[in-house]
Design a protein around this ligand. Structure first.
Ligand SMILES: NC(=O)c1ccc[n+]([C@@H]2O[C@H](COP(=O)([O-])OP(=O)(O)OC[C@H]3O[C@@H](n4cnc5c(N)ncnc54)[C@H](O)[C@@H]3O)[C@@H](O)[C@H]2O)c1
Length: 322
């Protein structure tokens, strides 16, 4: 079955593509390779993926409906893993327009092309940010998500609602996956692990918000990939074929402890510049992963000590530092 991955040059897209290709399936990937962060990182991910002859890449923006639709039609796509989006909470305060374009208009195009091409399963990325300031930990899929604290979260929550209407009206099987702070090799330069590692190595100060007191359910990339992969052939068979799942680790850690693991693995202390909590930032995330565990047998395997170690090994190798 031909699978389309949108945002394939991105952190998660690259890793899920690798896993699907490893299992001998064809992957059609699209990405607009925008410059939100280092474009070389995206190009190098595509270069890696192209080593496999079953990978086909199109540089396309999901805003371009006609192009998107003809790729899906011509490649007889039946499964879509939709990851292309403007990610990041903080940047959505600065530049909400790009979130509106990619995450709302772009998502609408994904839904439209999915129904016209009779897609058998649309899996799309949502986020733990939809839980806003909900404090009923661990956060279950049944908790209220009506109070987003950032425009990023608002667009992702909108995706979940838009998908529901398509599942209901057109019987389009849709599965939303709420990722909890993903980290690992080939990760995003705008996220804490990447920024901290880079600055500690360069002897630059790191910016630590809220004294590092917020808690995150850091989830290693391989676990996220296993979670997505386990869902590919598990579209809902309900009258309204619609599901939402958390994909997290289930054990939140303080950002300050996360930093300590980075220092331990780099064998070097950080210089800290303290900053207040940022607008839109959430104090704590903690996923309840029981729903996915029951549904597919999902079982996250990597703790932060091992996960950070693997990231730092990748970082040193990629940037040729000792
Ligand atoms: N990484 C995390 O911790 C995390 C957490 C929750 C949710 N998510 C979601 O998971 C998905 C993947 O995240 P990621 O961390 O891999 O981010 P990423 O930024 O590395 O990947 C997203 C990719 O989508 C591409 N893209 C953006 N807008 C596009 C458009 N209009 N048309 C075509 N391509 C476009 C980008 O160029 C990028 O390569 C996103 O939807 C993100 O919101 C990520």
């Amino acid at each position: 079955m031909n699978i389309l991955i949108t945002g394939v040059a991105g952190f998660i897209g690259y890793h899920i593509a690798k896993k699907i290709l490893k299992n001998n399936n064809k992957v059609i990937g699209i990405d607009n390779i925008n410059d939100y962060y280092d474009v070389n990182l995206k190009k190098n991910r595509i270069k890696e993926l192209k080593k496999n002859k079953k990978f086909f890449f199109y540089k396309v923006d999901i805003i371009q409906y006609k192009k998107l639709n003809s790729i899906i039609k011509n490649n007889q796509i039946k499964i879509i893993i939709h990851l292309a989006a403007q990610a990041g909470v903080r940047y959505s305060i600065k530049n909400p327009q790009t979130y509106f374009k990619s995450n709302l208009e772009g998502f609408f195009n994904i839904l439209e092309t999915s129904r016209y091409n009779k897609i058998k399963h649309l899996i799309y990325a949502s986020t733990s940010s939809v839980y806003g300031d909900t404090k009923k930990f661990p956060l279950s899929e049944t908790e209220s998500t009506d109070r987003p604290l950032s425009f990023y979260a608002a667009t992702k929550k909108s995706n979940e609602i838009m998908a529901h209407s398509y599942s209901y009206i057109y019987k389009l099987p849709c599965t939303g996956v709420r990722f909890f702070t993903v980290y690992g090799p080939f990760g995003r330069p705008d996220m804490a692990l990447f920024k901290f590692t880079k600055n500690i190595i360069k002897n630059n100060p790191i910016e630590l918000y809220n004294k590092g007191n917020h808690l995150r359910d850091f989830t290693y990339i391989d676990d996220i990939v296993d979670g997505i992969y386990s869902l590919i052939n598990k579209q809902s068979k309900k009258t309204i074929p619609y599901e939402i799942f958390n994909i997290g680790n289930g054990t939140p850690k303080k950002l300050l402890d996360y930093l300590k693991y980075i220092e331990k693995n780099l064998n070097k202390k950080s210089k800290i510049k303290r900053l207040p909590l940022q607008v839109g930032d959430i104090l704590k995330t903690h996923s309840n992963i029981n729903k996915l565990k029951k549904y597919t047998g999902y079982n996250p395997k990597t703790n932060i000590d091992n996960g950070i170690k693997k990231f730092i090994e990748w970082f040193k190798d990629y940037y040729k530092v000792n």
